[in-house]
Write a protein that binds this ligand. Structure first.
Ligand code: AHR
Length: 631
């Protein structure tokens, strides 16, 4: 029996209780929600980003009518912008009627086009040919069939100029190619070759892919945490300039990502690809506003976290980043007469973005060094902006000592709020519903910045939903929560599970997406205290000794004992439906024979999504286990 007591007032639940965490992982930005269709548009890909990359990644030579020429990428003084280092140089030597240039193959299968829709092309170009260079730009299939009326442009003069044109697609495809060919002779230089669907989310220029942004908007998120994740707090904290030797693999530094796109730096993304920063801080703030959510940026704390465990002992650099953070607040909230407020206005948003929360650091593994830096950031921010909530860190939840030390420091430093992260089995989520019941009501508040149960099945969504009831019951302590990661391109997956999946022209939500949508669209105002009473059903014993192993089980799953032979693999069928939903390879965990020939849950559990924590009692959750010999 569940008894609700509407008269007893529980904790108020903030509108910002549930939100999203956007990280550029799994090609979530370029090749994902950022609607740019040309891959490597500014020829900046380098082997540092990914060892298979080079300046011409996604580009190949092309010719029509016997066209001839040479092509190379150049990192030279004639560049378009100091921070946009490399451009394409075509040496044209065409016979009459010929044209020579390049073809871009887009992302995944190619470029997605929808019949009847408009696509905006642009390119920065210069030509030393006395009469200029005619460019023909075409959209076509891989085999060469036209997919739109070509665009023709005349590049005139040897200074960088932006040229534009519009296509109307004559067919629907997810595999188009874009070719840019020059006629005549002479040297033509190209940079920022770009193609955007006209139909972006909210019709924004330099905008977002509509289906993906709409799926996010349908969540009705209370906040948007961005831009990461590990892309924030790993790699060098030096800047992108000559004094830093054009440091390539840098932490996420917001000033790299604002201003006209052709002036933005690019970077090596921690997840193994190039980041164009076309989706940058302005676009993040604008997106948060467009979906009615509170923006929540995260800045690097000058440590290298995410398992890399390094602290930067450079006070001047630390102070530079603290100043960058103050400048970020000015960019978001400052008047248009301020330096950074003016840039925001120049980019099209004179009104402030209303920043109220900021995270410092991501998953930091060095509690002492982190606390030292955090306090410096926090004190500098509070001195100028006492109302801004500065969010601290707890490190990864599964590193008990680090986590505890962080919390000790956070309490000692009286921090506003602590960012917790965990990725665990659905069983763990079900078992830990009461996690926050015992948190100190007077200590720092909790921001659950990242969590997910480790698969994309229905049961994962259900386990997360059950867990969220525990978050909500503790809404006086847990102020915000976001599932992670948000997006995954099916052809470029660095992390799973993910909330929304997509390819070039389709997207779909996981069960966890549906749960998040349900919860975010139905956030209550206040917790109604409830009591549950009744007879607790006796758990069913675990059954099903199959294969080469033998079983000894007791009535409770968390008492299960497993015996078997060396090299065996344990399978677990958590729904009793005949499928192996979880497994653990015992061979990888040392000899399969423990001293007494018996494995307890803790012996077998660490790598197993199912056996990782005590599962629901078998009354609600039928379990059978079997072991088979793999070798
Ligand atoms: O969400 C994926 C990754 O998980 C994030 O980058 C990081 O913060 C965590 O380890």
């Amino acid at each position: 029996t569940i008894t609700a007591d509407p008269a007893a007032k529980g904790a108020a639940i903030d509108d910002t209780m549930y939100g999203i965490f956007f990280e550029d992982i799994n090609f979530a930005a370029d090749g994902g929600i950022y609607a740019e269709l040309v891959r490597n548009r500014s020829f900046e890909f380098l082997p540092v980003d990914n060892r298979d990359y080079h300046g011409l990644t996604a580009w190949s030579p092309a010719a029509t009518g016997g066209g001839k020429g040479t092509l190379k990428t150049v990192n030279g003084d004639a560049r378009l912008n100091e921070r946009n280092r490399t451009y394409l140089e075509l040496g044209l030597a065409n016979p009459a009627g010929g044209a020579y240039g390049v073809t871009n193959s887009g992302y995944n299968t190619g470029i997605a086009l929808q019949e009847g829709k408009s696509y905006d092309f642009s390119v920065w170009a210069r030509s030393d040919a006395s009469g200029g260079t005619p460019l023909t730009i075409s959209l076509h299939s891989e085999a060469g069939a036209a997919l739109a009326q070509p665009v023709t442009l005349q590049v005139q003069g040897d200074t960088w100029t932006k040229y534009t044109g519009t296509f109307t697609a004559t067919a629907t495809t997810d595999a188009a190619r874009l070719s840019v060919l020059g006629a005549g002779s002479g040297t033509v230089r190209l940079d920022m070759v770009s193609l955007f669907p006209r139909d972006t989310f909210k019709g924004r220029a330099n905008g977002l892919r509509k289906d993906l942004a709409e799926k996010v908007a349908a969540l009705n998120p209370g906040f948007v945490r961005f831009p990461g994740g590990c892309i924030v707090n790993v790699n060098s904290h030096y800047g992108y300039d000559a004094s830093s030797n054009w440091e390539r693999a840098r932490s996420y530094q917001w000033k790299d990502t604002v201003g006209p796109v052709e002036t933005r730096a690019t970077n090596a993304n921690f997840w193994g690809y190039n980041q164009s920063y076309g989706l940058g801080y302005f676009e993040y703030f604008q997106f948060a506003e467009d979906v009615g959510a509170m923006p929540l940026p995260v800045v690097p704390a000058l440590l290298t976290g995410c398992g890399q465990n390094r602290a930067t002992e450079d006070e001047a650099l630390l102070q530079r980043h603290i100043q960058d953070t103050l400048d970020l607040i000015e960019f978001a909230n400052g008047p248009v007469t301020s330096t950074w407020g003016k840039l925001r206005a120049d980019m099209g948003h004179p009104e402030p973005f209303g920043l109220t929360h900021i995270g410092v650091g991501n998953e930091e593994n060095l509690p002492t060094e982190y606390a030292r830096n955090f306090v410096k950031f926090r004190d500098a921010i509070k001195a100028k902006h006492p109302d801004i909530v500065v969010i601290s860190n707890s490190g990864p939840d599964d590193q008990g000592f680090v986590f505890d030390e962080h919390w000790k420091n956070n309490r000692a430093n009286d921090v506003d709020m602590v960012d917790e992260h965990y990725y665990n089995s659905p069983a763990w989520f079900l078992q830990n519903n009461a996690r926050y019941d015992s948190y100190d009501r007077n200590g720092p508040k909790v921001f659950l910045g990242e969590y997910a149960s480790l698969d994309n099945k229905l049961f994962n969504g259900l386990a997360e939903a059950a867990f969220m009831t525990g978050l909500e019951r503790n809404a006086d302590v847990v102020k915000m929560a976001s599932y992670a990661p948000l997006l995954a391109n099916v052809d470029h997956v660095q992390w799973r599970p993910d909330m929304i999946w997509f390819d070039n022209d389709q997207s779909w939500g996981s069960a966890s997406y549906e749960v998040q949508k349900l919860m975010m669209n139905n956030v209550g105002d206040r917790v109604v205290p409830t009591r549950a009473s009744g007879k607790v059903a006796k758990p069913k014993p675990i059954t099903g000794a199959v294969g080469l192993s033998t079983w000894a089980t007791s009535a409770k799953y968390d008492d299960v004992k497993v015996t078997g032979t060396d090299g065996a693999t344990l399978f677990a069928d958590d729904f009793n439906d005949g499928n192996d939903e979880g497994w653990t390879n015992l061979a990888g965990r040392g000899a399969w024979s423990a001293a007494d020939g018996t494995y307890t849950q803790s012996d077998v559990g660490a790598e197993n999504t199912l056996v990782r924590g005590p599962v629901l009692n078998a009354e609600n959750y039928d379990i059978s286990l079997k072991a088979t010999k793999t070798a």
